[in-house]
Write a protein that binds this ligand. Sequence first.
Ligand code: NAI
Length: 456
Amino acid sequence: MDYGLVIIGGGPAGYLAAERASHAGIKTLVIERENVGGVCLNEGCVPTKTLLYSAKLYDGAVGSKKYGVTVSEADFDHGAVIKRKEKVIKLLTNGIKSTLKANGAELVMGTAVICGKNAEGRFIVCVNDSEYTAEKLLIATGSSPAMPKIPGLYEEYENGFVLTNREILNLTVIPESLVVIGGGVIGLEMASYFNSVGTKVTVVEMLDHIAGENDRELTELLKKNYERKGIIFKLGAKVTEIGAGSVTYELNGETESICCEKVLLSIGRRPNTSDIGLETIGVELYRGAIVTDLTMRTNVANVYAAGDVNGRSMLAHTAYREAEVAVNNMLGIEDSVRYDAIPAAIYTNPELGSIGYTEAEAEKAGMAIKAIKIPMRYSGRYLAENEGGDGIFKLIVECATGRIIGAHALCNYASEFIVAAGIMITMDMTIEQAKKVVFPHPTVCEIIREAIFQCS
Ligand code: NAI
């Protein structure tokens, strides 16, 4: 069978590109080896948010006294939470399958391997015992958890002591204790969930701070919030060995071990680029990721790559945008991704929402900036809903142009409202232009307006 476009991978980049391309009239086939919806829907973004919502309700019930509400017996049923997560996944994956069908895209389940080009110059893709040809390819094979060469890691992963994001979401019993290796996005979200439901959690992080390149003042505050809730952080700690029931690490020149029931390995992800035949058509890789330009083109004509596989910004919403950009360019509509305007959120409690430059990044780039920092208490709704809350909002403005170039918030709803700053960044809005935007009152996002007016 011959297609206009064959997409390898049915995650956010793959399924969205298939929907858009087939809707635009391109004969499209998407090939998925495991689950439509990819990591995001099946073992990432969506299932974790389902769990975290239950934990948040539970936290609310347990801590409701300060709001004048007494809950006599709050109980947490982890099994029921996992079951509900399965239901949510099923609803969403079924939705994707129907949308693909409604748009006319075809779906084949199996592992795709690129097998070069045929005499007519069409790409050949083999799946199971079938062969498909295409004028254009989109590689959207995603990423897998990084597995470093730590002694004992593979053995303990095989026997179920060490888990990745995949296995931890299927635990039917809450562990008494959990060591999280890696204090990044996955590590913090899972640490938050298990801390809420009563597990003794220790986060072992190699760097001297958590949450990667986020604003350091906000991440320090987030750490303090979780220390108050009982999470132990071992920062600057290098894991040297994993044994049966323990994790050993070096900290300040000393060797320490922690005994625990389970370990979560969350130290980043690697693009899935091996064993898919990229070498048969000469696709360029850098550190295992497919090299793409801002239009999602690779070095090979008519071959595009979107989502985690290009290693640029491993987020589902980046994958959506990259997929749209790839399809637009296939259709002859010039388009490119603005990587400086991609929001990010960590769904802890409180949440951390961010977009664009931090103060540190702007200074490193040699930009003259103004950083406006405001306590979240300036928002009436935040005050009403966060007894004793210590959240912070920061707005970053470029001095030379007055343009808004970054926004960072530690508070609940940050994941929802950070996009307001995102729109301002995407539209290259200056402070004077942003002053005309009306925010609903009372809302937590009014903090953006407050910062805008404090700028001049
Ligand atoms: P990450 O890159 O966010 O964090 C990994 C952390 O592990 C870093 O802080 C790193 O310093 C640390 N680390 C690396 N090697 C280590 C070692 N040997 N010992 C101790 N610490 C070590 O990666 P993570 O959390 O695995 O997430 C993977 C991807 O999934 C990320 O790209 C993330 O953006 C995405 N994701 C996004 C979510 C969201 O948007 N809310 C939710 C979950 C995942």
